[in-house]
Design a binder for this molecule. Structure first.
Ligand SMILES: *[C@@H]1O[C@H](CO)[C@@H](O)[C@H](O)[C@H]1NC(C)=O
Ligand SMILES: *[C@@H]1O[C@H](CO)[C@@H](O)[C@H](O)[C@H]1NC(C)=O
Ligand SMILES: *[C@@H]1O[C@H](CO)[C@@H](O)[C@H](O)[C@H]1NC(C)=O
Ligand SMILES: *[C@@H]1O[C@H](CO)[C@@H](O)[C@H](O)[C@H]1NC(C)=O
Length: 607
């Protein structure tokens, strides 16, 4: 696994961080350039024909739309302007200095019990009073000063909604988090750090200062921590709230005493994490080599990573209803077509009948029966009542790593590369959050218990698992959009439609997967994407992507295809939508298309 670190270095991914700390002036200059770019793009937008009143109403929410052969992006203009202001005002950073405390804090008892004396201890963000007892015991305290991250540096600067991931224009630039000069220190036997915690203040989990101290501790441990026989080092954290699971794994927690948390992190895993970009402002995985048209040669990575083991699997979840069975079958078949040798595991609950289970096995899945998990905050009978069932993924401890894939996704290119990345690696959704449709995760009973314990405390912004997981795992790693390409069109422009449809139909595929948002292709007639028939689903409508799904469907065994039949109820709804579209003369005129799909006449009950 050591090679993971080297590998990432080789890729030159993190050159931005490995470089000697650039001057602040440089950082500001870079950001002024970014600002200038957005200013130009913004003006371009203003010059586009649009009604003046609409413009006045929409200054704050207007989106920049940029399209090229590769992708369309949008970006809220307002936040960029703010960012500029932030970075210009920056500069008054102070070295962090200990504040006065009232009471002296006692050294945790477990350390005294350990009876280790004469250790060299690195102290990060600790106040003198908190350490006074430590020196008495014959330990040497090495203070690690660092420049505190500016209060104006916000989470969204490190986790922006959009990045120029395909390097069409400016490439990507991460703002810099000040770090101590690690090279100045010798080996340390233990690290002790005070982690800032503003809980329960709003937004406490996405506090830059908190992240900064976490990252300093993690980097210092990885670079200077003395390792024991088992490849672990000693880290003592003082924190009111649970240290970030993303960096300090819950399995590595050895003792807890009040606000003291004692970890013995598995250093290989910690190294892997700190070798990644500090935020999703940079890709964890490049798909492009230098130069615009050169596709990154992924075989390099595959060769240098460890051999596939039996302890890695693709996994999906089905619960509460059978409406995604066809999706899961198609997903398995699409994965197998990419030539993967990893296990395919599906978690299902009792709602899935025996014949459906047999079909899932025939499609390639290994079945694990689960009890679904209720969201205690969801109302009874709502569509997302049991969405926390995904937490069961963490109980698959006979695997070290999983790539979770939603059942409304089909995979077009091999994704085995993802097993190289740590929890949680995913694609962006909106704002600073990741899309939980495809994500890399590491099973652990301890993490599972933690998630279960947080169910009442955390409010998910959308009532689903995505909102929940985004509150727990805030420090995620960005995959290119093409890995989990959302089938939606947010700009309502023909340019966006043509760029995206080009990607949907490309053969050999350019996308790694398509995520079928909106009404699912197997719940439409095959003749056209039924999202056209419903006004508020138009943003999800693409006949090209629809056709792509049906191509995969047709390549499956006929016996499996049967599980994509339409229920009586669904046929009725489809006809209802078509009639309504006809009456309203909804644009697109898809309702005029005569249906040739045989599924119209197949009775599902006869299966
Ligand atoms: C996780 O818990 C399950 C029982 O709930 C147990 O069978 C499994 O061995 C545990 N895994 C580990 C790695 O301890
Ligand atoms: C919740 O789960 C249901 C059923 O599996 C699914 O249809 C729905 O999209 C999920 N909602 C969210 C917000 O994840
Ligand atoms: C999208 O554009 C079409 C014409 O190009 C227009 O008729 C329609 O109202 C637009 N939809 C939305 C939601 O703006
Ligand atoms: C659909 O079928 C009807 C009658 O069978 C025919 O008149 C009409 O032209 C067809 N429409 C299209 C778009 O093919």
């Amino acid at each position: 696994m050591k090679n993971s670190y080297n590998l990432l270095e080789k890729l030159g991914l993190y050159k931005m961080f490995l470089k000697a700390t650039p001057s602040k002036a440089l950082v500001i200059r870079i950001n002024v350039i970014i600002f200038a770019f957005f200013l130009v793009a913004y003006c371009t937008l203003l010059l586009r024909p649009s009604s003046p009143s609409a413009y006045q109403d929409k200054v704050a929410s207007s989106s920049l739309v940029r399209c090229s052969l590769r992708e369309c992006h949008h970006k809220a203009a307002e936040s960029d302007v703010k960012m500029k202001a932030v970075l210009e005002e920056q500069g008054g950073n102070q070295m962090i200095s200990p504040k006065k405390t009232i009471a002296r804090r006692e050294k945790p008892k477990f350390l005294q019990e350990m009876g280790i004396r004469g250790m060299k201890i690195g102290a990060i963000n600790m106040e003198d009073e908190d350490l006074s007892e430590w020196e008495v015991h014959g330990d040497t305290i090495v203070k690690v000063p660092f420049e505190k991250v500016s209060d104006l540096f916000e989470w969204k600067h490190l986790f922006p909604e959009w990045i120029d991931e395909e390097e069409e224009n400016e490439g990507f630039l991460c703002p810099e988090i000040p770090m101590p000069t690690f090279e100045e220190y010798g080996n340390l036997d233990m690290l002790v750090a005070n982690l800032p915690c503003n809980f329960p203040e709003k937004g406490w989990a996405r506090d830059m200062f908190r992240l900064q101290v976490h990252l300093i501790v993690a980097n210092m441990a990885a670079k200077k921590g003395r390792r024991d026989w088992y490849g672990r080092t000693k880290v003592v954290l003082l924190s009111k709230c649970r240290p970030m699971l993303d960096l300090f794994r819950c399995d590595d927690l050895v003792r807890r005493e009040g606000d003291w948390w004692y970890y013995e992190p598995e250093m290989v895993k910690l190294e892997e994490r700190v070798s990644l970009p500090m935020g999703s402002c940079n890709l964890a995985l490049p798909l492009w080599g230098q130069g615009v048209n050169e596709v990154y040669d992924a075989s390099n990575i595959e060769q240098s990573t460890r051999k596939p083991t039996k302890r890695e699997a693709y996994v999906t979840v089905l619960h509460s209803s059978e409406s995604y069975v066809c999706g899961a079958i198609t997903l398995a078949q699409s994965l197998l077509q990419t030539g993967t040798k990893r296990d395919l595991v599906i978690l299902i609950d009792k709602a899935i009948s025996l014949p459906k289970r047999e079909a899932l096995v025939a499609a390639g899945w290994k079945i694990r029966l689960i009890k679904r998990i209720r969201n205690p905050r969801a109302e009874k009978g709502t569509y997302n009542e049991y969405n926390y069932s995904k937490f069961r993924l963490w109980q698959l401890t006979d695997y070290d790593k999983l790539v979770f894939i939603d059942s409304d996704i089909v995979v077009l290119r091999n994704l085995d590369l993802l097993f190289h990345f740590p929890q949680i690696t995913a694609t962006g959704n909106d704002g600073s959050i990741f899309n939980s449709g495809i994500m890399v995760l590491e099973p652990s009973n301890c993490t599972f218990r933690t998630l279960m314990g947080l169910r009442k405390e955390i409010t998910s912004y959308n009532g689903g698992d995505q909102g929940f997981l985004n509150e727990v795992f805030v420090w995620w790693h960005r995959l290119p959009r093409r890995v989990n390409f959302l089938k939606n069109f947010w700009s309502n422009s023909s340019l966006e439609a043509s760029v995206k449809n080009h990607l949907f139909e490309a053969d050999p595929p350019k996308l790694y997967s398509i995520h079928y948002l909106g009404l699912k292709p197997w719940l439409c007639y095959r003749d056209y994407d039924c999202n056209w028939d419903v006004a508020d689903q138009h943003i999800y409508a693409s006949d090209v992507a629809h056709k792509r799904w049906w191509k995969l469907h047709d390549s499956m065994d006929v016996k499996l295809q049967k599980f994509c039949a339409l229920s009586k109820l669904r046929k009725r709804d489809l006809e209802w939508d078509r009639n309504k579209a006809n009456k309203l003369k909804i644009n697109g005129d898809h309702w005029k298309i005569n249906i040739t799909d045989d599924r119209r006449f197949v009775k599902q009950d006869l299966l």
